[in-house]
Write a protein that binds this ligand. Structure first.
Ligand SMILES: [Zn+2]
Length: 100
């Protein structure tokens, strides 16, 4: 038994290249969108975004720390999340905030 090489669909359908074929069928490569991103700071411990900066140490030295108002975590290694617009909207939705 011989293995038949299957002819690609784009050849069978008479296109010049796979790209032409895909174009004609409306197949698009995942396009790189110029998306807006939203940065979010969340607590590394509980994932809450109810975090704020607290100043520790002597005044003027600028020792900044983060504090989670939910679980009382404090520290410097706050988690930085980047959300695209969809994710951000979803996030606001879940928080139950009005989306302007
Ligand atoms: Zn927390």
């Amino acid at each position: 038994m011989k293995n038949k090489l299957s002819t690609p669909a784009w050849i069978l359908e008479g296109y010049d290249s796979p790209a032409e074929y895909e174009k004609s069928r409306g197949i698009k490569k995942a396009k790189i969108k110029n998306e807006k991103t939203f940065r979010l700071r969340v607590c590394p411990k509980c994932g809450s975004d109810e975090v704020g900066v607290v100043l520790t140490g002597e005044e003027g030295k600028g020792a900044k720390e983060w504090e989670c108002r939910k679980c009382k975590w404090t520290g410097k290694n706050i988690e930085d999340k980047e959300l695209n617009e969809d994710e951000f909207m979803k996030y606001l939705d879940e928080k139950g905030e009005e989306v302007a």
